[in-house]
Design a protein around this ligand. Structure first.
Ligand code: ARG
Length: 289
């Protein structure tokens, strides 16, 4: 929310995780029952109905995302697919099948959502995906080269995603003054800065592990990541390249004054990423189907 368009090609590593489920008229009719949660399926754009999360391509057929994008999804490998290579999620890009995945075993699905990270192994299961130059889209992770310096509060963090675009109070639903809080068809970008102090004083954020998460705030009010951005990339400049420093995880509401955003630290999880990559390679077996 409060973002501007990320120009096509500037975030090639950005992926979308979408559901393969085809919604029916019965789903729309069953939506918004009294007492139940309301999805407002009828008010959503078709591309918005299927969008679930962001993700990041890190090379070697591997995608990083948030654990909460994987947790509780039955048959995750069939229920979701990965799209890459497009700025618009309405059209374009190529799609990949999720062959295998690992969710952090230390992830806990309640505040402060520790270890919100998962690694997916994707396979090209169609001609367009096989022709796609996947390795050109990869981003390097901070902490994997000798000259890398740690995340610092003077850093400018760049966050991209297709998530909700309106301000959202902590316990509010998806309607804002009667208007549906739509996701963005075009990839948007915002800038934030790390701030440990912003999280230190708030009860819900206090118990986070500062070595494994990044607390960040925006210089301008009303600029934040929001629902649908999760799992997507937080990057910064390292010399002339962009490196991956984090993944969108959570925040209380979106763009609420004084409420920081919490991101999973990628350098803080490099050992887990290495072990999970090895585990996924070990089970990769007979190669591509
Ligand atoms: N958990 C959200 C998702 O699933 C991301 C929330 C980010 N929110 C925030 N205020 N920074 O997409």
């Amino acid at each position: 929310m409060g973002g501007e368009e990320a120009l096509p090609g500037t975030a090639p590593w950005q992926v979308q995780i979408y559901t393969t489920y085809q919604y029916t008229d019965a789903d729309t009719a069953a939506d918004c029952r009294p007492g139940g949660a309301c999805f407002h399926l009828a008010r959503m754009y078709p591309w918005e109905r299927t969008h679930r999360c962001g993700g990041v391509y890190i090379g070697g057929n591997l995608v990083l995302t948030a654990a909460h994008c994987v947790a509780g999804v039955a048959n995750f490998g069939q229920a979701r697919r990965v799209r890459i290579g497009t700025q618009s999620i309405k059209q374009g890009g190529v799609t990949f099948r999720i062959a295998d995945w690992r969710m952090h075993e230390g992830y806990i699905g309640r505040l402060p959502y520790p270890n919100d990270i998962a690694l997916l192994r994707i396979v090209a299961d169609n001609p367009a995906a096989r022709a796609f130059r996947l390795e050109r889209a990869r981003i390097r992770m901070l902490g994997t080269a000798p000259g890398d310096t740690p995340i610092d509060r003077g850093d400018t963090l760049w966050v991209t995603g297709w998530g909700r675009t309106l301000k959202r109070d902590a316990d509010a639903g998806v309607l804002v003054d009667g208007a549906f809080n739509h996701m963005s068809e075009k990839l948007l970008q915002i800038f934030q800065s790390p701030s440990n102090t912003a999280c230190a004083k708030l009860a819900d954020y206090r118990d986070r592990d500062p070595a494994k998460t990044i607390c960040a705030v925006s210089a301008r009010p009303g600029v934040d990541s929001c629902q649908g951005d999760s799992g997507g990339p937080v990057t910064r400049s390292e010399g002339r390249e962009r490196v991956l420093v984090g993944l969108v995880s959570w925040g209380k509401g979106c763009g609420v004054q004084g409420m920081p955003s919490l991101y999973t630290s990628v350098p803080g999880h490099l050992p887990w990423i290495a072990a999970s990559r090895a585990a996924l390679l070990a089970t990769a077996g007979g190669g591509r189907p």
